[in-house]
Design a protein around this ligand. Structure first.
Ligand code: MN
Length: 339
């Protein structure tokens, strides 16, 4: 079968692999239909992900049809349309015992630590499979995983009905955060330096959009929140300045959520955190967010239509990566199709 592999940093290849077979009772064999290209896949391609081991079949955002199941699999059957939750954990460490397997000491992400979804067929444990809402297209279904990342950031930030939520960065992840924050009842303010991204965020329901290259971010936030500041700030940019801005601008008793692996330090005086008793936290991957996102789709509250930028057939995988990188300022999601 055909797989999309990063052979070593900088070398993307359509490779041939043995078709996988059912081995364990809870194995589910999936015929993959779509796989999404994430910023982290591009990092793996360029050798910039410290966790990736090569060669690696990339892809953690994938959906498909169940082809076969092990004898013990009860919740899914052949023909079911599913999305895969791309994480496994040890189940024993402190994080796992706390119900936070996404930060398990031995967490494995498909497409990063283990082979992923850019393959004609993939085997995953039954526990990692979620049945898709009826009528959802494959293109839309492939967006469920990225939206779980937005849902996790809102969960970590404790977004409540009536909160002002500031999302720094209107890239793909920022947009998923903004959408989910709106569904949790927030008044959503999105900031970016690209007008096109801000326009799209507004078209998806963001209440306010601020171009921080042209407008005074703090002044506008004061105006919008009546001097209080946003109650939750999700930093989906995570550069020195955005982390500092997030801490400075967030309201008293507020929450700051950081969303990347950036290693560049910021300068933040403790007083700004303590005076306002801020909670500053990270949000990594997701835990238990698939049912949440699927629930919002089923109830008709979350529409994923129009979010995908372009779909490429698997034979044009290299072009798909090139397109995604070259059009960084406008691409929301590029998908690979196996149909
Ligand atoms: Mn992703």
């Amino acid at each position: 079968m055909k797989v999309g592999s990063v052979e070593k940093p900088g070398v993307l290849k359509l490779a041939e692999r043995e078709m996988p077979g059912i081995k364990n009772a809870d194995d589910v064999l999936i015929k993959v239909k779509r796989v999404g290209i994430c910023g982290s896949d591009i990092h793996i391609y360029h050798g910039k992900n410290p966790f990736a081991v090569y060669p690696r079949v990339w892809g953690h955002e994938f959906v498909g049809e169940v082809a076969e199941t092990g004898l013990g699999a009860k919740s899914v059957k052949a023909g079911d349309r599913v999305v895969v939750e791309p994480i496994t954990s040890c189940g024993k460490c402190y994080a796992c015992r706390q119900g936070r397997p996404n930060v398990c000491v031995d967490v494995k992400v498909f497409g990063v630590h283990a082979d992923g979804g850019c393959a004609e067929y993939v085997i995953v444990p039954e526990a990692n499979v979620h049945i898709l809402p009826e009528g959802l297209s494959w293109d839309e279904a492939a967006l469920i995983e990225p939206f779980t990342i937005g849902a996790q950031a809102c969960y970590r930030g404790g977004v409540q009905n009536g909160d002002y939520v500031l999302v720094l960065g209107a890239g793909t992840i920022g947009l998923t955060v903004a959408s989910m924050a709106k569904l949790y009842g927030g008044t959503v303010i999105v900031s970016d330096i690209v007008d096109g991204k801000l326009d799209y965020a507004k078209s998806r329901g963001a209440d306010y959009a601020i171009n921080s290259a042209k407008e005074d971010l703090f002044g506008r936030l004061n105006e919008i929140t009546g001097g209080m500041g946003p109650n939750v700030t999700v930093d989906a940019v995570c550069i020195k300045k955005t982390f500092e801005d997030a801490v400075l601008v967030t309201s008293t008793a507020g929450r700051v959520v950081e969303l990347s692996f950036n290693e560049i330090p910021s300068e933040i005086a403790p007083v700004h955190i303590i005076k306002k008793e801020l909670s500053v936290c990270g949000s990594r991957l997701q835990t238990k967010r698939f049912p949440v996102v699927i629930g919002f789709i089923k109830s008709g509250q979350l529409s994923l239509a129009g979010f995908v930028s372009k779909v490429f057939p698997i034979d044009q995988m290299a072009e798909a990566f090139e397109y995604t990188e070259k059009n960084n300022a406008s691409v929301r999601k590029t998908l690979i199709s196996f149909e």
